[in-house]
Write a protein that binds this ligand. Structure first.
Ligand code: PLP
Length: 421
């Protein structure tokens, strides 16, 4: 069967043919690619067409597909069994490794996804503060937690209504949604409702709705406001953790959040999420404290081993190399966008932060509300053109691209060739 046939079949068995909506190629006039296998910086689809992969499973594969060390550790782990439902040393190894390197966390708890990590972090913040409301920003994605699936309401600044059917507005009532990059409005909301605000959650590098780079002074201002009003600062580093340097944006900005959430890279491509904080905060979690959280497969030994084998390879040299390679990638993509078909894509510019990149008309977009409504009209034809050339970007104008250590100079040379440059 080809991709089209498999997609038609999949749609009869799975809602929309996919297990996560962005995989559906919505708005594209073609079926998603069904991956047969992947290695290094490439995957091959069911029709035996090979692609350079710039999606990399939406971020976890910072070392590329089938990294030899991770694979070797996984093979050994398989021989020890793959879930125990009781204590084991492998999660302790990963916890120790993290805590040693990330100075603002004393303890960590492993869960199965970024969504779970955020869900637990929010509950923990509410349990610690005894307050109910959470500030969240438009354009930041925090997984499919009910209270995070919201959009701006029509009331006072910050008011929200649910953005997904199935999320009652009574849940949205406890979330205050604000535009990014505006400290004044955050202060206003804290002054109005500060005594009810348990936490402010932000992707310190918002990378789920474009790449909306925030100023250092803004992030510092958020930290100060949280301190002033007794709310906890949650950095959701599910994408940026171990990607923007080992310690993510917290390390890069020198701002210590009260709670941090991780996902993606921390599991090396297996399902893991984590939250970390100082001991006095983590002590509120069950079984010590009254904030409940549990998981049959939490700290799954295969995932722990894959995570540790990945993180151990992330030296500062690796980050430097990742940045250099990503710069080469976007230079080529920009050259292509500027010159192809008499400037058909000339409005598109690629830019990067670390090893993440995004295509937009301007590098200065830092609020979701400033993303042009035409962005998909520009991006979708470029996506198709690149796909035909065997270059795979995440299938949406709002998603970022990811480079990995497998995107070496031979891949860059191949990219150049595929782009006809
Ligand atoms: N938080 C952020 C910043 C994310 O980027 C994501 C996923 O893209 C999540 C939370 C949810 O993670 P998961 O998809 O593992 O549930």
């Amino acid at each position: 069967m080809n991709n089209q046939e498999l997609f038609l079949k999949s749609k009869t068995k799975v809602p929309g043919g996919v297990h996560s909506p962005v995989r559906a190629f919505k708005g594209m006039s073609m079926a998603p690619r069904f991956v047969k296998q992947a290695n290094g910086a490439y995957f091959t689809d069911i029709e035996d067409k090979q692609f350079i992969d710039f999606c990399m499973s939406f971020g976890p594969l910072i070392l590329g597909h089938q990294n030899e060390e991770v694979k070797g550790q996984l093979h050994q782990a398989l021989d020890r069994g793959w879930t125990y439902g009781t204590c084991e040393p492998y999660s302790l190894d990963l916890a120790e490794f993290l805590i040693e390197k990330i100075n603002f966390i004393d303890q960590v708890r492993f869960v199965n996804s970024g969504t779970e990590a955020v869900m637990t972090a929010l509950r923990l913040a509410r349990g610690v503060t005894g307050r109910s409301k959470i500030i969240k920003f438009n354009g930041c994605y925090h997984g499919h937690v009910d209270s995070m699936l919201i959009k701006a309401g029509s009331g006072l600044a910050g008011t929200a209504e649910s953005s997904s059917k199935g999320v009652p507005n009574s849940i949205a009532d406890d979330t205050l949604i604000l535009e990014l990059a505006d400290l004044k409005i955050v202060r206003e909301v804290f002054e109005r409702e500060g005594e009810h605000i348990a936490a402010l959650i932000i992707e310190p590098l918002p990378a789920n709705n474009g790449l909306l780079i925030q100023e250092q002074s803004y992030l510092e201002g958020l930290k100060q406001l949280c301190e002033e009003f007794g709310a906890l600062l949650i950095f959701d580093e599910v994408i940026s953790g171990f990607r923007m340097g080992f310690g993510g944006m917290a390390e890069k900005t020198g701002i210590n959040p009260d709670i941090v959430t991780y996902g993606k890279v921390i599991g090396g491509g297996l399902p893991v999420g984590a939250l970390g904080a100082r001991k006095e905060i983590m002590d509120h979690l069950a079984p010590i404290g009254g904030v409940y959280q549990a998981g049959t497969l939490s700290a799954n030994p295969l995932a722990m081993v894959a995570g540790l084998a990945t993180l151990k390879q992330l030296t500062s040299d690796v980050y430097q190399q990742l940045e250099e390679q990503t710069q080469k990638v976007i230079n080529l993509l920009n050259q292509f966008a500027q010159t192809h078909a008499n400037g058909q894509f000339a409005d598109i510019k690629f830019y990067r932060q670390g090893s993440l990149f995004w295509s937009a008309s301007s590098t200065t977009i830092n609020r979701a509300c400033d993303i042009p409504a035409t962005i998909s009209d520009n991006f979708n034809p470029l996506f198709s053109e690149l796909l035909n050339r065997g270059i795979y970007l995440a299938p949406s104008a709002y998603e970022v691209g990811f480079c990995s250590m497998a995107h070496d100079d031979s891949v860059i040379a191949d990219l150049k060739k595929r782009l006809g440059l």
